[in-house]
Design a protein around this ligand. Structure first.
Ligand code: 5AD
Ligand code: SF4
Length: 434
């Protein structure tokens, strides 16, 4: 088989990172080797995100940039949610795209490339096929120390601002048998930590009568696996069993990403989120009662249609009460086809910007305080990547804090005991203990 090269660029969420890895695995079987150099690549693969406006704009400017450096005869493949959302329109918007493929069709990628080469015709594949992509993709042979594993995909919640139910389709949970086989393969391939992924990960229902807590306890039995995480959770679907798993499963890390989105019940209702602020805070209290040190993170949207100053103040107030370890916050972006994009009372851009800056200032100060609270402590750090400076490695504490240490490359992929000696809003510094 001729050696061919594949360049991949991934936009958006962790699910996209996972999908990109699975596509790399699918093409490896056909002789494609990953490369960091787009000018060397036979196939340039861009895995796209459609969640907010800027995400899709970035795609088209990236295509323009890559087209200038690519070698003659190479293919540009665009995958992911922009393809699902735009359909055939995407080929019209950018004549440089050779193949477009939706999130449910990744297993068909090698076949589509062969078809393109045979017929020299641009192709798009973005239906919801009867067979599952998960059953038709090869297992990965190598894995980073912190691996992703999709256990659930799609969403039936239809938050009024969100494109995910349209781009990723309705909820689908993989059976635990399949998940455990993939988890074991990842551990064999080098994973020490597995992040269980789903758009609504705690809605997992792959086995009758069992929930995510039960699945995590099963995954924890895998020898050689040291850490388990999961994301993203939906507040009202958190079960007591999942909360208890944080108390009885040491491999489950003390961290929960639980997006509240807004601190006003009126706005939550308009967003079609199925909980109140009080219910959300009760869930946080329940997590903290079994695991007092648990780190909480969230997503926020400011400037949702109709959001008043008072609504926004309520978001600031809930942040003050909860005390987040880290967070992501965004200006509301009107996505085509969503109910919120059609709402009358859209908020002016400058108001959104002002609110976002105010919220981010508060969140950042909380993140800094959380990081500072770990200075002087000894924590386990999973070293996952090289640092910016020579002789440095970067890893993650149980609370997901990026931590820079002095260490040789040979310690990549290991969990080391580290004394935390410094903290900023974004990272820790530490010293490996002998
Ligand atoms: N505008 C702004 N932020 C959004 N998100 C999802 N859709 C939108 C939108 N239309 C944010 C939510 C979600 C995160 C992944 O992205 O906060 O939790
Ligand atoms: Fe989007 Fe809401 Fe589903 Fe999350 S729960 S993916 S925000 S529709």
């Amino acid at each position: 088989m001729n050696k061919k090269f594949l360049f991949v660029k991934t936009f958006g969420c962790q699910m996209n990172v996972y999908d990109s890895n699975r596509m790399v695995g699918a093409l490896a079987v056909h002789g494609y080797e990953p490369t960091e150099a787009p000018e060397k690549a036979d196939v340039i693969l861009l895995n796209t995100c459609h969640i907010r406006e800027k995400a899709s704009e970035k795609l088209f400017s990236e295509i323009g940039r890559l087209a200038k450096v690519r070698k003659k005869g190479s293919l540009i493949v665009v995958a992911g949610c922009v393809v699902q959302a735009e359909g055939k329109e995407i080929l019209r918007r950018s004549p440089l795209i050779d193949i477009a493929i939706g999130p449910q069709n990744y297993h068909q990628l090698p076949e589509l490339i062969a078809k393109y080469v045979r017929d020299q015709g641009r192709v798009i594949q973005a239906d919801f096929p009867a067979e599952s992509k998960f059953d038709n993709l090869p297992m990965l042979k190598t894995s980073p120390a912190n691996a992703f594993l999709a256990i659930q995909e799609g969403c039936d919640n239809f938050c009024s601002y969100c494109v995910v139910p349209y781009t990723r389709g309705c909820e689908y949970s993989r059976p635990s048998k399949e998940i455990l086989a993939e988890a074991k393969a990842l551990v064999k391939a080098g994973a020490k930590e597995i992040m269980l992924l789903g758009q609504n990960v705690n809605c997992w229902h792959g086995d009758k009568g069992r929930d995510l807590g039960d699945l995590i306890r099963d995954v924890a039995k895998i020898n050689g696996l040291e850490r388990i995480r999961y994301t993203t959770s939906y507040p009202s679907k958190i079960t007591q069993n999942l909360i208890n798993t944080h108390a009885d499963t040491p491999k489950l890390m003390p961290y929960i990403h639980l997006p509240i989105q807004a601190g006003s019940d009126r706005i939550l209702k308009a967003m079609n989120r199925q909980y109140t602020v009080a219910e959300y805070e009760k869930i946080i209290a329940d997590f903290r009662s079994v695991r007092p040190d648990i780190a909480i993170s969230s997503d926020f949207i400011v400037g949702f249609p109709g959001e008043t100053e008072e609504d926004f103040e309520q978001t600031l107030a809930v942040v003050e009460r909860v005390q987040y370890a880290s967070s992501f916050s965004f200006k509301f972006s009107a996505r085509p086809g969503t109910p919120a994009s059609l709402m009358k009372n859209q908020i002016p851009e400058e108001v959104k910007t002002r609110r976002l800056m105010k919220l981010q200032k508060l969140l950042q100060s909380q993140q800094r305080s959380f990081n500072e609270s770990t200075v002087g402590k000894e924590l386990d750090v999973l070293l996952t990547e090289c640092g910016k400076m020579c002789g440095q490695l970067v890893g993650y504490t149980p609370y997901m804090q990026g931590t820079v240490v002095k260490a040789p490359k040979s310690q990549l992929g290991k969990i080391m005991r580290v004394k935390i000696i410094g903290a900023s809003a974004t990272a820790l510094t530490g010293k490996i203990l002998k």
